[in-house]
Design a protein around this ligand. Structure first.
Ligand SMILES: Cc1ncc(COP(=O)(O)O)c(C=O)c1O
Length: 369
């Protein structure tokens, strides 16, 4: 049986009849940048995330970069984040003039380990950026308490966690601001690039609005230098349609995850993720830990199962961050994640048979190894 890691075509086929009339209308009106769909998406996504403001931008990377720029980093300001995330998290910190400070992750959830944060705080620390990795919210109460104690802001990287919840609060509503990605493979993905900033801070939202549009306060009046980071109408129209389906898709992902948990639990050689108490993850990815991971991945490939690695090299060991001088051993858990984590197929339309095929073969491979 063939089991793709992710199959966007099923969703595209199902939504075609909803998407095409809106795209036709946009083509006829030739209003491609901003406009009613972008405005409506901002209102609808803000409401879905339980925040007062949403600013739609061109990508999750722009969302992060604009938040850090709007917060006004001074050279040398240090921002604490994790080494097992996509590089966009740290690119945005550097590109906004900040200095990256890594802390290790929790061995069960793979999210920022709050116990490590205080060891990284210095007089130059300005903020903390937890990443709700794989769609599971980080331990926000502990992180917010530490931030409060030290007078730091918290920005959530919620790029993988659309509508995830932590103790009844929505991802994207707990820090001073949050970044979302609408990259096609995300739980709510555009048919191209897209992203959003959510916040309850009206001034911050207004700054992000200017930053995404060349620093303009009104046409050709520039308060500052900004960027070309706007959201386009074709993407906004698709995203509005997808937002309506998102709760059901997230529920389907949770059901798929539950099935993986049932079929794989107590299997020697497979470590399943720990779900944070009182949280409702959205399983952007379903990751397990296995020894000899690359061999297991290859064996699964031979029986038709595509898997992924998120992420094979922790950021502190990337060439891009060689200058930080952080050798192997600096963040043992993040390094274990890079060596052992394997992402199994996960998308809403995954069938019961496909999950059984993946799980059955995985168990066989791991026990026969
Ligand atoms: C954790 C994380 N942060 C940031 C990003 C950047 O988002 P984008 O690809 O939309 O720029 C992504 C997605 O790729 C991500 O997974």
């Amino acid at each position: 049986m063939e089991v793709p890691f992710l199959d966007l075509r099923v969703q595209n086929r199902a939504l075609k009849t909803e998407i095409l009339p809106l795209w036709e209308e946009i083509l006829d009106l030739a209003g491609f940048i901003g406009g009613k769909h972008v405005n409506a998406l901002e209102e609808e996504f803000a409401s879905a995330c339980s925040v007062n403001h949403c600013v739609a931008v061109n990508s999750g990377t722009d969302a992060l970069r604009f938040i850090f720029l709007a917060l006004g980093l001074e050279p040398g300001d240090e921002i604490i984040t994790v080494p097992n995330t996509f590089i966009a998290t740290t690119e945005a910190i550097s590109q906004a003039g900040g200095k990256i400070a890594f802390v290790d992750v929790d061995p069960g959830t793979y999210n920022m380990d709050p116990a490590m944060i205080e060891t990284a705080i210095t007089p130059k620390t300005r903020g903390i950026v937890p990443v709700h990795l794989y769609g599971q919210p980080a331990d926000m109460d502990s992180i917010l308490t530490i931030a409060d104690k030290h007078g730091l802001w918290v920005v959530e990287d919620a790029c993988q966690a659309h509508l995830a919840e932590y103790k009844g609060r929505k991802a994207g509503s707990m820090g001073v601001a949050a970044a979302f990605s609408f990259y096609p493979g995300k739980n709510m993905g555009a048919c191209g690039e897209g992203g959003a900033v959510t916040t309850n801070d009206a001034d911050l939202a207004a700054k992000v609005c200017m930053l995404r549009d060349h620093g303009q306060s009104s046409k050709y009046y520039h308060e500052m230098e900004g960027y070309n980071g706007r959201c386009d109408a074709l993407q906004a129209a698709v995203l509005r349609i997808k937002l309506k389906h998102l709760p059901a898709w997230n529920e389907a992902r949770r059901k798929n995850a539950k099935r993986y948990f049932e079929l794989l639990h107590e299997t020697d050689g497979i470590i399943l993720p720990r779900i944070q108490e009182n949280s409702t993850p959205v399983f952007h990815l379903f990751v397990i830990q296995v020894d000899k991971r690359d061999m297991v991945q290859e064996a699964l490939r031979k029986v038709g199962v595509q898997t992924g690695l998120h992420y094979p090299v922790p950021l502190h060991l990337q060439k891009a961050y060689e200058y930080m001088g952080l050798p192997l051993g600096s963040f043992p858990m993040a390094e274990t994640c890079a060596r052992k984590l394997l992402s199994l197929p996960m998308f809403p339309e995954l069938t019961e048979e496909q999950i059984a095929w993946v799980s059955g073969n995985l168990k066989k491979i791991v026990t026969e190894r």
